[in-house]
Structure formats: structure tokens, C-alpha cells
Design a protein around this ligand. Structure first.
Ligand SMILES: Nc1ncnc2c1ncn2[C@@H]1O[C@H](COP(=O)(O)OP(=O)(O)O)[C@@H](O)[C@H]1O
Ligand SMILES: [Mg+2]
Length: 305
């Protein structure tokens, strides 16, 4: 089950993973039918199999008996509309790693993520949340963090609407941008995540059930651009043992703090290791994403429950 308005492509990779594991194609259902305002229905299937469910969208002629429900590629800004259905999935005993609405919300809304990290002692750069601040309040927060910060919307993805800010004029422009978008935002002290060659770099570590299944390094030539692949960062798959010491443990701890069974954790090695965010549905990655993440994630739904 994915949001079929999303073009990110994870749905196809997951379908391949399911076919690889079961020899059968999965039924692809649009998650939007089960969001607020949708007409999708869920009931327990009238077969003895544990956890089997009936998913129906009568208006679309969809009626599926599901042994397991893989939920993926639900965009961050749609997740609140999916929460009621997540609770129904859980109440119906679905075999699914995607039923914890609270964990999704804490990871998706980055002000909540930071609060949780503070509670659990997960290292991150000092961060302040701003909600339509006055110019004075924004300037005060900027000064408190040392005048070299990154601004992010509380809900976002792919490095969109993320700005490196070192001047009052840039701060004012960012404040206008977020006010126009009607969104709250965060500013965090710059992680100074520079490699010896002067380029920005960081890591994406994917954790499944408390274990690192994939680690990638992102290198960004533009020091003012986020280290997201879609913003021009170059990504390299790391072998086991190539991740700087402590980062695997930090990614696992961050994932556990948020309560996610799967997460793609963005983190930098500088400052003793700091977490930027944890992605609920990390993009699988074109090199090895199927084998390293999609297959074990799908297998976790199909094994003993
Ligand atoms: N404090 C910071 N120092 C350095 N880079 C940062 C900082 N905060 C954000 N970034 C950069 O911006 C990127 C995007 O922020 P992130 O929280 O990962 O949001 P998303 O990827 O969902 O847009 C980070 O992965 C990182 O490259
Ligand atoms: Mg990110």
C-alpha cells in the first residue's frame, strides 16, 4: 500500500522484493483510499489464517484478502491523514511494520523528533523551533545558535526548503519563505560536516529491527546545499566496517528512540556524531537498495509473526 500520487518509485522496488520472496506478485493498493475522506474499508477476513484482512474499496471494485500489509511511500505531509487507518490496521492485528502512528508522527514532524532526541539523549545539533516568529525573535534565536545555522521546515523531504543561513538578510528571506508557505520551521547550528577535501559529507544509515542493513556516504560539492541526492550530493554504498565508529550504534539508538521498526537515519560524524533526521520510508537507492533494504523489509512481514 503506497500513495499512488507519489513518483518516487519505491512501490516498484517493493513489489519486486515481494515477488522475489513469494513467487507471487503483490496487490498494489492506493493508500489514498484509506486516508481521511477515502472510502476504503477494513475487516477481518473470514479465513482462519492469523492476521489475514479484507481490504475493500467498493467504488473502485477493489476487494483484497491480505496476509500482510506493506505500507510505504506515504509522503510526509499526508501521514496525519493516514493515522486513523494505521490504528485500524493495528486493532485488526495486521501483519505490518507500518501501524505505529505515533512513531511515524514523531519522526515526520521534526520539532517532535528533536524533543524526543532531547528526552532520550540522542546527539543532534542544538535546534530551536520557530512558528511565525517576529523579526526580533528570529534574530535572537539565530544569535543564540551562533549565527551559522540550517533552516528546515518541520515537515519536509528531499532537502526542499532547506537553507544554510549565515546573514541577517538570509534569515529574513527564510522567515518570509516559511511564512508564505504557512509552515513552522527549525534552525540548527551548522554541523561543520566537512571532509578533509573541504566538501560537505554525511551518512544515510538504514536500520531494520535494530540492525544496520545499509550505509551510504553522501558528498556535496556546494557547501550551502543540503547533502540530499536530489540536491546534487553524490552517494556511495559503504561496505560493512566503512562507517565511522559509533555511527551504526547512533543510528540504531535514534531509530529506537523514535519507535520505528525501519528508518533511514541521516547523520554526520563531526561533533562526535549527530543525527539530522530519521526517514520513515527511506528511498531504497538505485545501487543495491532492493537487496539491502526492500527484500529484508518485505521478509520481516512474511516470516514468523
Ligand atoms: N545543522 C545542520 N548542519 C549541516 N547540514 C544540515 C543541518 N541541518 C540540515 N542539514 C542538511 O540539510 C539536509 C536536509 O535536512 P533533513 O533533516 O535531512 O531533511 P530532509 O532530507 O527531509 O529534507 C540534511 O540531511 C543535511 O544535509
Ligand atoms: Mg534527510
Amino acid at each position: 500500500m503506497t500513495d499512488h500520487s507519489s513518483t518516487e518509485g519505491s512501490r516498484d522496488v517493493l513489489a519486486t522484493a515481494v515477488r522475489t520472496l513469494t513467487g507471487r506478485p503483490p496487490v498494489l493498493v492506493d493508500a489514498r483510499h484509506f486516508m481521511t475522506g477515502g472510502t476504503g474499508r477494513i475487516t477481518r477476513a473470514a479465513i482462519p489464517e492469523v492476521g489475514a484482512l479484507r481490504l475493500e474499496v467498493p467504488a473502485e471494485g477493489i476487494a483484497v484478502t491480505a496476509e500482510a500489509v506493506l505500507v510505504y511511500e506515504v509522503p510526509p505531509h499526508r501521514r496525519r491523514d493516514f493515522e486513523a487507518f494505521q490504528r485500524l490496521l493495528r486493532d485488526h492485528g495486521a501483519r505490518s511494520l507500518g501501524t505505529d502512528a505515533e512513531a511515524w508522527r514523531t519522526a515526520t514532524e521534526k520539532d517532535l523528533t528533536v524533543e524526543r532526541f532531547v528526552r532520550d539523549g540522542i546527539p543532534h545539533m542544538p535546534t530551536l523551533t520557530l512558528s511565525r516568529p517576529s523579526p526580533e525573535a528570529a534574530a535572537e534565536a539565530f544569535d543564540r545558535l551562533g549565527g551559522d545555522v540550517w533552516a528546515r521546515p518541520t515537515v519536509g523531504m528531499g532537502g526542499s526548503d532547506v537553507f544554510h543561513i549565515t546573514t541577517g538578510a538570509q534569515l529574513a528571506a527564510a522567515a518570509r519563505h516559511y511564512a508564505e508557505a504557512g509552515t513552522d520551521w527549525l534552525i540548527a547550528r551548522d554541523a561543520a560536516n566537512f571532509a578533509p577535501d573541504g566538501r560537505r559529507h554525511q551518512y544515510r544509515v538504514v536500520v531494520l529491527d535494530g540492525r544496520v542493513v545499509r550505509a551510504v556516504e553522501h558528498v556535496q560539492a556546494n557547501p550551502d546545499a543540503p547533502c540530499n541526492e536530489c540536491r546534487g550530493a553524490v552517494s556511495t554504498l559503504l561496505e560493512e566496517g566503512e562507517l565511522p565508529g559509533g555511527l551504526a550504534e547512533l543510528a540504531v539508538a535514534a531509530t529506537k528512540s523514535l519507535g520505528l521498526p525501519l528508518a533511514g537515519v541521516d547523520l554526520a560524524a563531526e561533533n562526535g556524531g549527530v543525527v539530522f533526521e530519521a526517514n520513515v520510508h527511506p528511498v531504497f537507492g538505485s545501487v543495491g537498495g532492493l537487496e539491502t533494504v526492500a527484500v529484508p523489509y518485505a521478509a520481516a512481514h512474511l516470516g514468523p509473526w
